[in-house]
Design a protein around this ligand. Structure first.
Ligand code: SF4
Length: 320
């Protein structure tokens, strides 16, 4: 069985068809070869502008198209952003991600964004932004400001994308990823499992990531949060073992990328998360909120880390 790229539909599909134990064993071997299996990188995500987004992503409580309980909040001040970054640093985060519910940012916002990047970095944190689609000159501004990561998820397969979002095309997403990939900013890009996609869609989602001009250094794999009021609220729950399988395959296909457990952790048992860590997840979003949805409390995560003997990664990556 082929366990290194280049990847094709058949070889990725074969990973999905492996018996669970064989898959996890292979993924764990790959993980150990490339990372310390007892270390976790911790990121905190702050929503710096919340709600009233003109896009219609069917999973998102921030879309203006759906009636959801999510709060609406204008772009935060620099002081509030820095205060949140300091708190994240104090709780052990090494990366501070800032997300804005926009289709794309306005040029007038870039002074504040540049300042936020600078302040976050002065605290010794890696900086990450997710702002929607970017133009060339906007990528350049973020690059000049020293941004470390830009998050732009493709969410699902090219084929299934139109079932989830109609206000932009999959190609728009790829276009921004290409622009960012050609800059010094590192690419963070992943997707959401459990939106009603087929195994073929999961295969094609991973193949798209693998075939990006610059494959992502950081891959958030989210489990759908079925937020009341969104069109996906009544989607059947994803089997946790299918989620673990997805983590394992991502680890095998992207041996040196950080694979992140992101949305949906609040609904996962510790056992599911432990299996995900064994299968190669080595990063989590940490803190009480993930944009507008709940995350496990930091104390609960600390207890889980203690039970599993996991350490939070220090600022400098540890080589093995
Ligand atoms: S996922 Fe992002 S782009 Fe889509 S509706 Fe939510 S905030 Fe807007």
């Amino acid at each position: 069985m082929q366990l290194i790229g280049p990847w094709h539909q058949d070889s990725v599909r074969a990973l999905f068809d492996l018996p669970f134990n064989d898959l996890l064993f292979q993924a764990h071997l790959m993980h150990r070869k490339n990372f310390n299996p007892n270390e976790i990188q911790v990121s905190t995500l702050l929503s710096i502008k919340t709600g009233l987004c003109p896009e219609d992503c069917k999973y998102c409580p921030q879309s203006v198209h759906y009636k959801t309980p999510a709060e609406k909040k204008a772009l935060m001040s620099i002081d509030s952003i820095v205060a949140a970054a300091k708190k994240a640093k104090a709780t052990g985060a090494t990366r501070f991600c800032m997300g804005a519910g926009w289709r794309s940012p306005k040029d007038r916002d870039f002074d504040l964004l540049a300042k936020a990047i600078q302040k976050v970095k002065e605290l010794g944190l890696e900086s990450c932004l997710t702002l929607g689609m970017l133009k060339d000159d906007q990528v350049k501004k973020l690059e000049d400001a020293g941004l470390d990561y830009y998050n732009h998820n493709i969410d699902t397969s090219p084929e299934y994308y139109k079932e989830i979002i109609s206000t932009r095309k999959f190609e728009d997403r790829i276009d921004t990823l290409q622009k960012v990939g050609q800059s010094k900013i590192k690419v963070c890009c992943g997707g959401i499992m459990g939106m009603g996609e087929s195994i073929e869609d999961r295969v094609n989602f991973l193949l798209t990531l693998a075939n990006l001009e610059t494959p992502p250094e950081s891959i958030p794999i989210n489990m759908l949060i079925r937020v009341p009021g969104t069109p996906l609220a009544d989607t059947p729950a994803l089997d946790p073992l299918d989620f673990v399988r997805m983590i394992a395959i991502t680890r095998i296909m992207f041996p040196s990328s950080y694979v992140r457990l992101s949305a949906g952790r609040n609904e996962m048992s510790e056992s599911t998360q432990a299996l995900c860590f064994f299968a190669g997840a080595n990063s989590i979003h940490y803190g009480e909120k993930l944009l507008t949805t709940d995350c496990p409390a930091p104390e609960a995560d600390e207890q889980m880390f203690a039970k599993l003997g996991l350490r939070k990664r220090s600022q400098q990556p540890v080589t093995v």
